[in-house]
Design a protein around this ligand. Structure first.
Ligand code: HEM
Ligand code: HEM
Ligand SMILES: [Fe+2]
Length: 457
């Protein structure tokens, strides 16, 4: 690492790793409940395990985003962080918020609003953490005066993500209104501003790893972000089909959300052509696997599998079934889990002692096992979903009758999820097996680092 304060990223990553592991425990618990009688029904019912599973996902991914930003901004702005103390206070607050929220869920303390179950005090702590974070990063950039387009896209995404969390602070009596605004946070996060965050990290990694020309990369970055917004904002309406709002949302949702994959295909082409044209300037090929993997898996999980059920004529059959879970897993994993794992893999050799810069063999095993496992999980959810839609919605069988007939797919799910979990366990072991060591080195900047578009305030 070039700047001592980048070391705060290590502790963010370490917390993200622990929460990622815990997320999978609750995922496996949720999946196991589909297999038969549930011995934990009265202690840990499905709604509790699923809430904990998805909330841990959001908390660890956000922790990863913050750590990766604390790593990347000093590099881009060529300066120490404004305050490491603030960064640690923020981390401790965020961790306490996460842990107490999970304990609260065990005792049914939550709003019941899917993915936004955090009680109001926890939501307020999240807002405080985001404010500390944005202030710290803002001051860092201000004190350096150097601001690149790549970090501009990243920070734009993070700032807008904080603003879009605000509608989630309000509770509505009316269910339709509540659902209507829920998507302002959830949809506009994952299909809007979080994609800016992903694209910012991706551009940073590609510039560093492939030595691609910064000016070219940043120009295309704007194009991708533009495409995300053109389709993504009105694409929100693909969640408004059956929630009690006027019918004109149907064509709007169908049309605009069908355009969303264009940006995601663009992102995959972007990553592929960077390495095709510029080669590999950096030895860390493991990080490159994760970075390009993230772009490609997003195209598959979000782009293709999102498109698969986004038209009203299809969604009326598939809404809220295992088809949703199929897409939710592949999309979230490809776009946000993989990009965080890419940033961690890139930073880790400089944050630990004795690690091979090219990545360890355990690291590559982890990559392929996770990919194979997640692909298998996606197929298991998909086959379960197709069966469910046909039996339950076409033939009209009751929910539980249909579930009984598709149980074999959940056996498949648990097998594939176990492969995936082994891959994740390997990543976590690989993370912790080298002791942290924060030595500052002034390695020369690769060719692609020429700050052609950087501006000086
Ligand atoms: C990285 C990007 C994406 C992520 C992380 C993501 C994730 C998710 C998740 C978690 C859900 C379930 C939400 C819930 O029911 O609470 C969902 C629903 C949905 N997504 Fe995505 N998604 C992404 C992109 C897309 C794209 C590009 C499309 C369309 C082309 C799409 C189409 C849909 C549709 C139609 C639903 C509603 C399913 C239903 O009716 O039950 N998604 N998505
Ligand atoms: C061991 C691995 C995992 C298992 C066994 C697992 C299992 C499950 C199960 C059974 C559900 C509930 C589905 C339902 O509503 O019936 C679920 C929900 C969910 N999981 Fe996982 N999961 C795993 C890993 C992951 C990972 C790595 C991610 C993202 C990176 C993820 C994201 C989600 C999301 C977004 C939902 C909510 C989907 C929705 O409401 O439609 N899961 N998971
Ligand atoms: Fe959406």
């Amino acid at each position: 690492m070039r700047y001592r304060s980048q070391s705060v990223a290590y502790w963010y990553f370490a917390l993200a790793m622990i929460l990622f592991g815990l997320q999978l425990v609750f995922g496996l618990l949720s999946a196991a409940k589909y297999l038969g009688p549930d011995p934990l029904l009265n202690v840990l019912p499905f709604d509790v395990t699923k809430t904990i599973h998805t909330n841990l996902l959001i908390v660890w991914v956000l922790t990863g985003f913050m750590g990766a930003t604390y790593w990347m901004v000093p590099d881009e702005s060529r300066t120490e962080l404004y305050s490491t103390k603030l960064a640690y206070i923020q981390l401790i607050l965020f961790a306490l918020m996460g842990v107490t929220a999970i304990i609260g869920y065990l005792f049914r303390y939550g709003t019941g609003n899917k993915l936004l179950e955090q009680p109001l005090p926890h939501k307020l702590v999240i807002v405080v953490c985001m404010l500390i974070f944005l202030y710290n990063i803002g001051m860092t950039i201000r004190q350096s005066g150097r601001f690149t387009a790549t970090e501009g896209v990243l920070l734009g995404g993070l700032g807008l993500a904080a603003i879009l969390y605000l509608p989630a602070l309000i509770e509505y009596e009316n269910y339709t209104i509540s659902i209507f605004y829920r998507w302002w946070t959830i949809h506009l996060w994952v299909e809007g501003v979080w994609e800016m965050i992903q694209a910012g990290f991706l551009a940073y990694l590609l510039i560093r790893l492939s030595g691609a020309d910064r000016e070219v990369m940043e120009k295309w970055l704007y194009v991708i972000v533009g495409l995300v917004f053109i389709a993504g904002i009105l694409g929100t309406a693909h969640h408004y089909y059956w929630v009690g709002v006027p019918g004109y949302w149907l064509p709007i949702g169908g049309l605009f959300s069908a355009l969303e994959p264009v940006a995601l295909v663009g992102m995959a082409i972007y990553a592929y052509s960077a390495i095709r044209r510029s080669g590999l300037a950096h030895p860390n090929k493991l990080a490159l696997h994760w970075a390009v993997g993230s772009a490609v898996f997003t195209m598959f999980g979000a782009g293709l599998l999102g498109l698969a059920h986004t038209f009203p004529s299809i969604n009326k059959w598939t809404h809220g079934t295992m088809i949703t879970a199929m897409h939710g897993h592949a999309a979230f994993y490809g776009a946000y889990a993989m990009i965080v794992l890419a940033m961690i893999s890139f930073a880790l050799p400089s944050l630990t002692r004795g690690r091979n810069e090219e990545g360890t063999s355990l690291g590559y095993w982890s990559f392929w096992l996770q990919l194979a496992g997640m692909f298998g999980m996606t197929l298991s959810f998909a086959t379960a979903g197709i069966g469910q839609v046909y039996l339950e919605r076409v033939l009209g069988l009751g929910y539980l009758d249909a579930q009984l007939r598709i149980q074999v797919h959940f056996v498949m799910l648990v097998i594939c999820a176990s492969i995936f979990a082994v891959g994740v366990a390997m990543y976590i072991i690989d993370f912790f097996r080298y002791a942290p060591s924060f030595e500052v080195s002034r390695e020369p900047e690769p060719e692609g680092q020429r700050l052609a578009t950087a501006s000086r305030a």
